[in-house]
Structure formats: structure tokens, C-alpha cells
Design a protein around this ligand. Structure first.
Ligand SMILES: [Zn+2]
Length: 142
């Protein structure tokens, strides 16, 4: 048995088990000289599902194309000249106000629905009027 008992270990059927160093509660069969072990589930966890991967999208709050601007100051006061950070200027300038570009106005679903309903109403009115005219004719004609 390893002399250092950093992680809990026990012997079962002549095999030495050691607690996973990640404290996840799993035990691994280890050799006598093993000081620490990582269980398979933790290995898979690290390899398969990285918690903090680079792909995690973090919005910077910077507008698109900020690095093309002659001068851009982010919310933290970092100053960039054409995308290059100017550490000396940090905190000396006010953050650049990000003005969202106006998008071409598109009708919302609701607006489309309302328009459609209005159309239907108009069509219905027409139909009702037609029927009235028809009835008026029929009965009025006599
Ligand atoms: Zn583990």
C-alpha cells in the first residue's frame, strides 16, 4: 500500500482501490505506488464535456467592427486604436457609446396577424353586404 494516504483507499479481493482525487466518490483500482488517481468518469468528464471551453460565447459588449474603429473604448475603460489595445490610455477615456444600427423595420408576427384579421374582416363585410344586397333584391323586388 502506498505510504502516502492522501486519498482514501481500501483493499478488496487483494486489489487496492483509491478514491478519485476529484472527490467525486468513485474509487479506482490502483497500483501500490499510486499516489493519486482520477476515475474514468472524471476523465471522460474532462475530455468529453469541458466545462470552460473556448467555444463558450461571452458577449464582449463591443459592437461589430469595433477593431476597425480609430478609437474604441470598451465598458471597462480599455482603449483600442484600430483594435490594438492601448494600456497606457486605459481609464482615461469614456467608454464608446455603442449605437445599435437601426434594422430595417420588419413586421412583427402580431402585426401580420392583425393585418390578416383586418383583411378577413373586410372580406366578411363584403360578403355580408353582398348577401344583404341579394336579399334586398329578392325581397325588395317583389
Ligand atoms: Zn472522479
Amino acid at each position: 500500500m502506498a505510504k502516502q494516504m492522501k486519498y482514501h483507499q481500501y483493499v478488496e479481493n487483494g486489489q487496492l482501490y483509491m478514491a478519485c482525487k476529484n472527490n467525486c466518490g468513485n474509487y479506482e483500482i490502483v497500483g501500490d505506488e499510486t499516489v493519486a488517481t482520477t476515475c474514468w468518469s472524471c476523465v471522460l468528464h474532462v475530455v468529453g464535456m469541458p466545462k470552460e471551453s473556448k467555444s463558450t460565447y461571452k458577449p464582449t459588449g463591443r459592437p461589430a467592427g469595433w477593431h476597425f474603429m480609430n478609437e474604441f473604448v470598451d465598458a471597462d475603460g480599455n482603449v483600442f486604436h484600430k483594435g490594438k489595445e492601448q494600456p497606457k490610455l486605459k481609464g482615461t477615456l469614456k467608454p464608446t457609446k455603442v449605437v445599435a444600427k437601426k434594422k430595417t423595420k420588419r413586421r412583427t408576427k402580431e402585426e401580420i396577424l392583425i393585418a390578416r384579421q383586418a383583411e378577413k374582416k373586410a372580406a366578411l363585410k363584403k360578403a355580408v353586404k353582398k348577401q344583404k344586397d341579394f336579399l334586398n333584391h329578392k325581397f325588395g323586388g317583389k
